[in-house]
Design a protein around this ligand. Structure first.
Ligand code: NAP
Length: 313
């Protein structure tokens, strides 16, 4: 492909709820966006099962199905999809440039919607049981654990928030933390200590997830870091709340990031580089919902459209 063929009015990086919503809006606005789908097309929602809180689906919808429908909607208006990961970006030149699959591309505007990855423990069974007892999102999945026993791992604000939310559904929530104190803010800790069906196991690591194909997760193997003692702890569900890593590495040095790597935006979705906009979990470490990411994707598309109109391109 020649250089001219690799130049677009708009490049959208990422194909989760934010990227696909941006693609729908931009395609409808005749910006002919090209979406770099990345290594996990559809984003985090493709790792969940039932989504019951996305407005418009009275009976709920499967996460992968929701993403598929959104993609079809973007395709219908002429968005183009490339199944490539963006490895590098150069936003300092006049044209906004990215490298994906070893090839260079440029655009008049770029929307970054690369999301964030929930941190995992790295256990052998973790991925196998995702959606079948292992979850990284209490807001999405707590509802499925009504009257059941659940373990939450982590000691930060996320773990407190998740445990507190799940305690409204589950009969028993056990917080497992690797140290003797939480790093969460005092107000969040106090809230946890005041909830009757939450107990804490300190100084303990989760070293294995036990279960089978039929029942899903049935227990966790726990190891006390002080005594070295291991034991199996029966549970119906296991929520990971040990933080997220924003997928922003390819943009480091090109746009302003905060100290955790989240993209900083101003005036809506504008980043520090003119013509580059950002939306979804790569910006937002607070709400992290499919619907908020979709809303930001819409905002980024409208912001980019206005920018392009001012450029008269
Ligand atoms: P975080 O503050 O980085 O906490 C991560 C927790 O997970 C820590 O307690 C850490 O243990 C534990 N952890 C990390 N890796 C682990 C591993 N391999 N095995 C076992 N435990 C592990 O992450 P976060 O809680 O997601 O919070 C991220 C940011 O968002 C923070 O700035 C937080 O204040 C903010 N936040 C705010 C709110 C709110 O205000 N409502 C809600 C959620 C998040 P150690 O403590 O031993 O390191």
């Amino acid at each position: 492909m020649s250089r001219a063929e690799n130049h677009f009015r708009q490049i959208i990086i990422g194909s989760g709820a934010a990227g696909l919503t941006a693609a729908i809006y931009s395609a409808r606005a005749a910006l002919r966006p090209v979406v770099f789908e990345g290594s996990q097309p559809g984003g985090q929602l493709t790792t969940t099962t039932e989504v019951e809180n996305f407005p418009g689906f009275e009976e709920g919808i499967l996460g992968p199905q929701l993403m598929e429908v959104m993609k079809k909607q973007a395709l219908r208006f002429g968005a183009e999809f490339l199944s490539r990961d963006v490895e590098k970006a150069d936003f300092r030149q006049g044209a906004l440039a990215v490298v994906a699959g070893g090839e260079s591309y440029s655009a008049d505007s770029v929307i970054i919607a690369t999301g964030a990855a929930p941190r995992m423990l790295g256990l052998a069974n973790e991925k196998k049981f995702i959606g079948r007892g292992v979850s990284t999102c209490a807001t999405c999945d707590a509802f499925f654990y009504r009257g059941k026993k659940v373990v939450v791992v982590g000691g930060g604000d996320s773990a407190m928030e998740e445990a507190s939310f799940i305690s409204k559904f589950a009969s028993q929530v056990t917080l497992v933390h690797r140290r003797k104190e939480f790093r969460a803010s005092k107000i969040m800790q106090d809230r946890i200590f005041g909830i009757k069906n939450i107990t804490v196991i300190w100084d303990t690591l989760v070293t294995d997830i036990i279960g089978d194909d039929k029942a899903g997760v049935t227990a966790l193997r726990l190891k006390n870091v002080k005594t070295g003692r291991e034991s199996d702890f029966p549970t119906d569900g296991f929520f990971l709340a040990i933080g997220h890593t924003p997928n922003s590495r390819a943009f480091a040095g090109q746009i302003e990031l905060d100290d955790q790597g989240y993209i900083l935006t101003r005036e809506g979705t504008a980043t520090s580089a003119p013509g580059v906009f950002a939306a979804g979990d790569v910006v937002d470490h607070h709400y992290r919902q499919a619907i908020t990411a979709a809303g930001m994707g819409c905002m980024a598309s409208l912001d980019a459209e206005k920018y392009l109109a001012a450029l008269k391109k």
